[in-house]
Every structure is written in C-alpha cells, then in structure tokens.
Design a protein around this ligand. Structure first.
Ligand SMILES: [Zn+2]
Length: 225
C-alpha cells in the first residue's frame, strides 16, 4: 500500500508521458521528454555568425543554442502558448551545456535581461517565457537579473507570418527604456527564445545602446536555419 502511495505521489510530481510522443517515462531524470525526443534537439553546430540581410545589427555578440527544427518548434510552442513552463528545466541545462562547452563569456556581462513581452501579451500568457530562462541563467552564473530595463510599447503581430523586411520595420520603435537608467560602462546580455531575422533582439539592443550600454550580447534558445 505504501509503495502504491509513493508511486502515485511520484506520478503527480513527474509526468508519466513524453510531452511530444507520449511514450511512458520510466526515469525520474526524464522530466518532460523521452530519450529519443531529447536526442532530436540539435545543438547549433557553429558559434553564431549570421549576418543581417537588412541592416547592421546593434548588438555586439549573438549566440543560439539549438536549431529550430521540428522538435524545437513543437517544444517552444508548448513553452510559449500552452503554459508548459516546466520546459525551462529541459531548456536551461542545454543552454548551460552549450555556454560552457563553447566558453561563451556570459559572466563578463553585468546584467542579464529577458526580451520583454508587451504588457497585453504578458497578461494573456501570464508569464514571459524568456524571463524563465534568463532568471535560471542569472542564478547559475551569478549575474544580476533585471526586468526593469526595457518596455515593449508596440503590440507586434506574430513575426512568423511576416517576411524579413517586414519584420525589421515592424519591430522599429517596439521598445523603449523603462526609466532613465544610465547604462554607461554596463554590459547587458539579452535572452530570448528564438532568433529568426534578429529584428526583435536588434530593436531591443538598439535602445540599450542608445542608453549608453557598453556592450550588448544576445543569447537565444533556438535559431531558424
Ligand atoms: Zn518522446
């Protein structure tokens, strides 16, 4: 009876089935994904070096951890739109693995900040998925976390439905500084879930640079190929 009770308690804490393929999870270490689905997440093979096709980027460095393949796409969708916030426990260890393996100088940054959502989107969703990642990374690498630098002042349509040029103009003026923080001598690393054309993080980086930021880096969980 005790065993049955413990099993029941475990099933409450640890989900039974893989989030993607529904296969039974028999290990406590497999919190959301089975081994096979986890293996479908592919690390970005080279350090980031994508050039902008529209203009020059305002940020100084950008790194992306995984390729935006079908598995990453499904997971990010669940993470953003289906309240599967516990997926950060799958994403963050992959990000840390990538950062450490490629010696990404995260600790050189003074501040770590998520790309903010528009207040309306934040109310609808109840959480900012990028803030779940940035908060966990700030704790792991002991970097000061802030969500008070930027405000998203434009509700932008879903970027996936727009072409590259449209994305770029669409994001122009999307962010402003929350208050008159002087960022001179400060370096900021921005965290987002997905890098597509770079228009979103570029617009955010531009505002930080205009506020005097000495260096702006970008780290995203995923990148389109
Ligand atoms: Zn699976």
């Amino acid at each position: 009876m005790l065993q049955a009770f413990l099993q029941g308690a475990c099933q409450l804490i640890f989900p039974d089935n893989c989030l993607l393929c529904r296969e039974f999870l028999n290990s406590r270490h497999q919190r959301q994904l089975c081994t096979s689905c986890q293996a479908d997440l592919v690390f970005n093979p080279t350090p980031f070096n994508r050039q902008s096709t529209i203009g020059s980027f305002a940020f100084d460095n950008a790194w992306s951890v995984c390729l935006y393949n079908e598995t990453a796409q499904k997971l990010l969708h669940a993470f953003k739109y289906n309240s599967k916030t516990a997926l950060s426990k799958t994403f963050v260890p992959l990000m840390i693995d990538f950062i450490d393996r490629h010696h990404i100088p995260l600790r050189e940054f003074d501040l770590i900040s998520p790309v903010p959502l528009h207040p309306v989107r934040l109310r609808e969703r109840g959480y900012n998925q990028s803030a779940l990642l940035s908060l966990a990374l700030s704790q792991h690498y002991a970097i000061a976390h802030t969500e008070n630098l930027l405000i998203r002042q434009k509700v932008t349509p879903t970027q996936t439905e727009l072409g590259a040029k449209q994305r770029w103009t669409n994001m122009s003026g999307a962010f402003k500084m929350k208050n008159s923080t002087d960022l001179r001598t400060k370096s900021v690393i921005l965290i987002d879930d997905l890098f597509t054309t770079g228009a979103t993080v570029n617009a955010a980086a531009e505002v930080l640079k205009n506020a005097g930021a000495a260096r702006v880096g970008v780290l995203t969980f995923s990148i389109t190929v």
